[in-house]
Design a protein around this ligand. Structure first.
Ligand code: GDP
Ligand code: CA
Length: 313
């Protein structure tokens, strides 16, 4: 039985890593947000694909929370000395990924290049961009429309969030491996990782056909909440929800995924506050401190999904 997980970067990678540890490698497809992708200093940078890839390869930096472990910064130092644009940090090891990807993309699709880079790092699971067509997240703020990395990194999410739009989404097609995952009769669940619902999962769902296929397949779709006790574990999810006038609760997550999810995994610290017709709820410890937590949660999610599966399907 196979699983399709939708993931952004660091938060998504934690659960994806747990799923990778408990499922046979051929049974997991991870569809990753590419709305954050951009071209910087001539390089094609795919931050969320890299976060997932580094995590599954066991090369992610756990302390810093992003990028590669044992990183060095000679390139940034030299760039600064030369007066180059230095607002986006590129570690020396990380840089090798971007240079290689950019070069490989001259003759291959992002799907093929992503699979190639993952294989070079010994990863057996399918890490797949949401689309091979460019989709770019644009953040509408009180300081105007901002390219995703300007909002996220250059301005550290300080502008007030009004809305997000996904440039190119209308013309984009889901990556072939995502369509294949949906067509696989052995697909037993779709998992929405605890990634930022607005910045990371919404762009994936903006690719025409992905949401429709999740709804069309009569298999459970389960989300893991990114909130514990009124706070996001990391990143701007809580700030953005507050700026949209939404409470930082499981009910808000259920509302973001209305019509899509059958089950929601929340923290035991949270009263769910959900209406009767909301998704089924599993309350547990949802903080992933280490690989053991990641695997425990992945296992709990899959058991939950199996319990939700309609009999006979
Ligand atoms: P990014 O693309 O690197 O910003 O990361 P994602 O969008 O994939 O993930 C960010 C979200 O992950 C944040 O909203 C966090 O609250 C959530 N998150 C991070 N760590 C954990 C964790 O250990 N447990 C849960 N449930 N959520 C987490
Ligand atoms: Ca991201």
């Amino acid at each position: 039985m196979s699983v399709l997980a939708l993931a952004g970067g660091v938060g998504g990678a934690k659960l994806a890593n747990g799923l990778a540890a408990i499922l046979p490698p051929g049974d997991l497809t991870i569809a990753v947000n590419t709305g954050d992708d951009f071209t910087h200093l001539g390089l094609t940078i795919c931050p969320d694909i890299d976060s997932v890839t580094y995590a599954l390869a066991g090369r992610n930096d756990v302390q810093r929370g992003w990028g590669v472990a044992d990183e060095s910064w000679s390139f940034m130092d030299a760039l600064r000395t030369l007066g180059g644009e230095d607002w986006f940090n590129l570690g020396d090891r990380d840089l090798a990924t971007h240079v290689l990807r950019t070069n490989l993309l001259r003759t291959a699709s992002l799907s093929a290049v992503t699979a190639d880079l993952a294989a070079r790092l010994g990863i057996q699971q399918a890490i797949v961009p949401m689309s091979d067509d460019p989709v770019r997240s644009i953040i509408v703020t009180d300081r105007g429309d901002l390219a995703f990395q300007d909002y996220f990194v250059r301005y550290q999410c300080s502008p007030r969030f009004h809305a997000i739009r996904f440039e190119g989404a209308e013309q984009a097609r889901p990556a072939a491996a995502i369509l294949a995952a949906f067509d696989d009769p052995s697909l037993e669940a779709v998992i929405l990782c605890p990634s930022n619902p607005i910045l990371s999962i919404a762009p994936i769902l903006s690719v025409p056909g992905i949401r429709e296929r999740i709804v069309a397949r009569s298999i459970p779709c389960i989300a893991l909440s990114p909130f514990i006790a009124g706070q996001a574990i990391k990143g701007p999810a809580a700030k953005i929800m507050a700026e949209l006038g939404l409470p930082i609760t499981p009910a808000t997550i259920a509302q973001q995924y209305e019509g899509l999810i059958d089950g929601l995994v929340i923290d035991s610290a949270d009263g769910d506050g959900l209406r009767d017709h909301g998704p089924a709820i599993l309350a547990t410890d949802i903080l992933m401190r280490d690989p053991a937590d990641q695997q425990r949660l992945a296992q709990q999610l899959l058991s939950f999904a199996r319990r939700l599966r309609p009999t006979g399907s």
